[in-house]
Design a binder for this molecule. Structure first.
Ligand code: FAS
Ligand code: PHB
Length: 394
């Protein structure tokens, strides 16, 4: 058994773990990261794409903005289509902030590239990861890498290991409240190597279901399609997907289809979870380990990095000034933001996704709500405030 000693043991090297480690290192606070996947897998994993202004500011302030500012797409607004009418919602004019399109895998690559070349504190391909001593003042993480069993002893553990990680289950269920909601919808997500048909995001609410055209670059489209929660990818042959995308987006997708190979296709369940509290003893839960958002309002990655930034600030206050108040207040402060983002994500999910058994009454209510959103009135301002995440940063 190889024994290591560090200040913070971080489980999971997704965006939240990598950003936390990066921030702590910038303040001279050492950490050891344990990741079950390979570096190649992390760099290939396509997920989120929309970054809020607050997230971009965090990345820039951490010295991670140059490639983002060069390659990221700045969107002053997006298009909302319903009843075959196209409305432009300009968040820049409504609330003074744009949003950014920059793939999560690019954020991960930038964070990995920012690590020291001789970095020996990030273990990939870790197996049998276990947490121990969480309520003691000497918590630890044990794992196997190659032929070695390694024990990391730390002051604190950051559980950044996502929804399927080991951190949350390491907390006695009797001490947690695990809130969970499964929306009756899935999204088929596709990454297609073809230019988006529109240069901005197009959210379309069609009687047959929701569709979204996003992108990752001017040459790569990111397309989403609502399905029933019980559907599997096998229920959706490629022709059906393209036909439905064209129907719901009111565009001829044959050219996009012809020009672009499908680089990735996933079925994403629309679910929401919140774990309360986001702390147990010396273990702090961060990002998807603590909460899952339906992808509708693109909050998952943005709220995850907010968690990491808040925990980094709390740990820096502890080590630099011996102040424990931010650590004590971490869970309550983060949960206020998490529930605010869940509330908006829930509202937008129900607004954008017609249920299969929707009545004419439902349809007309939805159309009236969308029309109110399309006006540049108070509803649109309140929407933009939540959509760009400004409401959580006030
Ligand atoms: P992550 O899940 O990204 O990272 C957790 C890390 O921990 C992973 O690298 C994992 O390998 C590792 N890990 C897990 N168990 C471990 C263990 N036992 N030991 C060590 N390591 C372990 N969000 C949006 O905002 N917009 C979107 O469009 C969007 N689309 C998504 C599509 C899919 C298919 C999924 C699954 C999620 C999507 N999300 C989206 C949400 C997503 O982007 C998350 O919010 C984001 O990845 C959160 O980052 P982390 O908290 O770092 O968790
Ligand atoms: C994405 O590009 O993945 C994306 C963008 C906006 C959303 C949801 C997902 O609202």
């Amino acid at each position: 058994m190889r024994r290591l000693r560090t200040k913070i043991a971080i489980v999971g090297a997704g965006p939240s773990g990598l950003y936390l480690s990066h921030e702590l290192r910038g303040h001279g606070i050492d950490s050891v990261m344990v990741e079950r996947c390979s570096r190649e897998h992390l760099e290939r994993r396509v997920r989120a794409g929309l970054l809020e202004e607050g997230t971009v500011r965090l990345l820039r302030a951490s010295g991670l903005g140059s490639k983002l500012d060069k390659e990221g797409l700045v969107h002053d607004g997006f298009q909302l289509r319903f009843e075959n009418n196209l409305h432009r919602i300009s968040t820049a004019s409504l609330i003074g902030e744009p949003t950014y399109i920059y793939g999560q895998q690019e954020v991960v690559k930038d964070l990995l590239a920012a690590r020291p070349l001789d970095d020996e504190t990030l273990y990939f391909d870790a197996e049998d990861v276990r947490l121990g001593g969480i309520t003691s003042d000497n918590p630890c993480v044990a794992f196997t890498v190659g032929p070695d069993r390694v024990l990391v002893e730390a002051d604190f553990i950051a559980g950044c290991d996502g929804y399927h990680g080991v951190s949350r289950p390491s907390i006695p269920a009797s001490t947690l409240t695990f809130h969970s909601r499964r929306y009756p919808f899935n999204w088929i997500g596709m990454l297609v190597s073809a230019a988006p048909f529109a240069s901005e995001l197009v959210y379309s609410v069609h009687p047959g279901g929701f569709a979204l055209q996003s992108m990752r670059t001017p040459e790569i489209s990111r397309l989403y399609l609502q399905t029933d929660a019980r559907d599997e990818l096998s229920d959706w042959p490629e022709t059906r997907i393209w036909d439905e995308l064209g129907r719901r987006l009111y565009v001829d997708m044959s050219e996009t289809r012809a020009r672009g190979a499908i680089l990735e296709q996933v079925m994403v369940p629309l679910r929401a979870t919140v774990t309360e509290p986001m702390r147990y003893g010396r273990l702090f839960l961060v990002g998807d380990a603590a909460h899952i958002f339906p992808p509708t309002a693109a909050k998952g990655l943005n709220v995850a990095l907010e968690d990491s930034s808040a925990l980094a600030r709390a740990l820096i206050a502890w080590y630099d000034r011996g102040q424990g108040d931010l650590l004590e207040g971490y869970s309550a402060a983060r949960l206020r933001s998490v529930w605010r983002a869940q509330d908006f994500s829930s509202w937008l999910t129900w607004l954008f996704h017609p249920a299969a058994d929707a009545s004419a009454f439902d349809y007309n209510l939805r159309t009236a709500s969308l029309a109110r959103l399309a006006e540049a009135g108070s509803t649109a301002v309140a929407f933009a405030d939540e959509y760009v995440g400004y409401s959580r940063r006030r």
